[in-house]
Design a protein around this ligand. Structure first.
Ligand code: NAP
Ligand code: F7E
Length: 351
């Protein structure tokens, strides 16, 4: 029998890759989409057929994870074997501007969905994946970070995700729900939103390479992240729900790089070498050959509290899930820059 999966956040970066993966595996896939004045289906164009959606193995339901009765109705209607809860206000800096909203979406939605599973009597039949995050480690208490590293969240986003993390553990222990936390470190792709640092850098580099006189304005150049390739990370989500017993897993590459290195790699992908000059807010990145200033620091992008260094140890995932990351940092950056380059050369507006 083909399995049925429900994905919240299906229109996002991870949701779109996960939908493709599950459809390839023969799943019937249901996704939750938010109502909006402009359609936001770009990332799922490849799998969503609006004309024949009734007969397709990929279907969309209007929904919002802040609406408990709506979530319960969707679960009732599609009778999933697996629920992948990916919907979130996922931008860390935005969470400082919208802390209460972020808590409502990112913390309480997990409780709403777990409770909806109980309400339909699905404790023993529905498996649940929670999109937990390396942001939980925040002001890191040890390096590299593992499943047993203590959490120290540093943003309203991370605090909200901490509530969701423990809700998963609690429903697993209290009611026997098969529920897993995937503690995923940063993962990026050509589908990443334009306001996250990797895609911001790849898109501006591609524009400059195509003749734009734009300058890349960034915040903290010294922050370090463990950046992997998103399609590989959704495979880890699926693997977590296929085990005999539920557990929580760190998913990471085991390598860390600074934002500064990201900038250097992205410009290198179009043959430009960067020379750094100055310090702090006065630091600039210049083209070594022409002397043109390509990168400037703008304190607007600083965060009230920063996560300085993330580096994950994915040994448990390797051992128990047979999962390892494959795409290396330079390759990831090259994929993203080349994709944006191609899109611009074809006259597309980057989205
Ligand atoms: P993303 O691209 O920002 O996608 C977020 C998705 O959530 C979008 O489909 C968005 O819908 C949807 N959404 C937001 N608020 C909603 C609401 N109130 N009701 C229903 N849907 C809502 O995020 P992502 O990078 O794919 O990440 C997926 C999940 O993993 C998120 O929970 C994120 O916090 C977590 N995570 C991400 C990373 C990473 O590096 N990417 C690492 C660790 C954890 P619209 O399209 O309508 O906006
Ligand atoms: O920032 C620094 C910034 O916004 C990365 C989300 O998917 O991953 C993501 O959160 C770093 C930070 O991602 C700019 O200060 C410098 O140190 O790309 P980001 P994030 O905050 O790590 C985690 C795992 C998630 O769970 C989240 O959902 O880059 N940085 N200059 C900048 N960041 C941005 N966005 N823009 C800048 O101009």
């Amino acid at each position: 029998m083909a399995k049925t999966a429900l994905i919240t956040g299906v229109t996002g970066q991870d949701g779109s890759f996960l939908a493709e993966l599950l459809l390839e595996k023969g799943y019937s896939v249901h996704g939750v989409r938010r109502s909006s004045s402009l359609q936001n289906l770009d990332r799922i164009r490849g799998v969503f057929d609006p004309v024949h959606s009734e007969r397709s193995s990929f279907r969309l339901h209007y929904g919002d994870v802040t609406d408990a009765s709506n979530m319960r109705r969707v679960i009732d209607e599609c009778e999933p074997d697996e629920v992948y809860h990916l919907a979130a206000q996922s931008h860390v800096k935005v969470s400082f501007d919208e802390p209460e909203y972020t808590a409502n979406v990112d913390a309480l939605s997990t409780l709403r969905l777990l409770d909806a599973i109980r309400a339909v009597g699905g404790e023993k039949s529905i498996r649940f994946y929670q999109a937990s995050t390396s942001e939980l480690f925040g002001k890191v208490q040890e390096t590299p970070q593992t499943e047993t590293t203590p959490f120290y969240p540093r943003s309203p986003y991370a605090v909200a995700k901490l509530y969701a993390y423990w809700s998963v553990v609690n429903y697993r222990e209290a009611y026997g729900v098969y529920a897993c936390n995937g503690i995923l470190f940063n993962h990026e792709s050509e589908r990443r939103g334009l306001t996250f640092v990797t895609r911001k850098v790849s898109s501006v580099v591609a524009k400059i390479n195509n003749g734009s006189d734009e300058t890349l304005h960034l915040g903290n150049l010294d922050a370090k992240r463990d950046w992997g390739y998103a399609p590989e990370y959704v495979d880890a989500m699926w693997r977590m729900l296929q085990r005999d017993e539920p557990s929580d897993y760190v998913i990471a590459t085991g390598e860390t790089h600074s934002v500064r290195e990201l900038v250097e790699a992205a410009f290198a992908a179009v043959g430009i070498e960067i020379a750094w000059e100055g310090a702090g807010v006065d630091e600039v990145g210049k083209c070594k050959k022409t002397g043109r200033t390509l990168v400037k620091v703008d304190p607007w992008y600083y965060r009230p509290t920063e996560v300085d260094l993330l580096l994950g140890d994915p040994s448990k995932a390797q051992r128990e899930l047979g999962w390892t990351s494959k795409t290396k940092f330079e390759e990831l950056v090259r994929i993203m820059v080349e994709s944006d380059n191609r899109a611009i050369a074809q006259g597309q507006v980057l989205r």
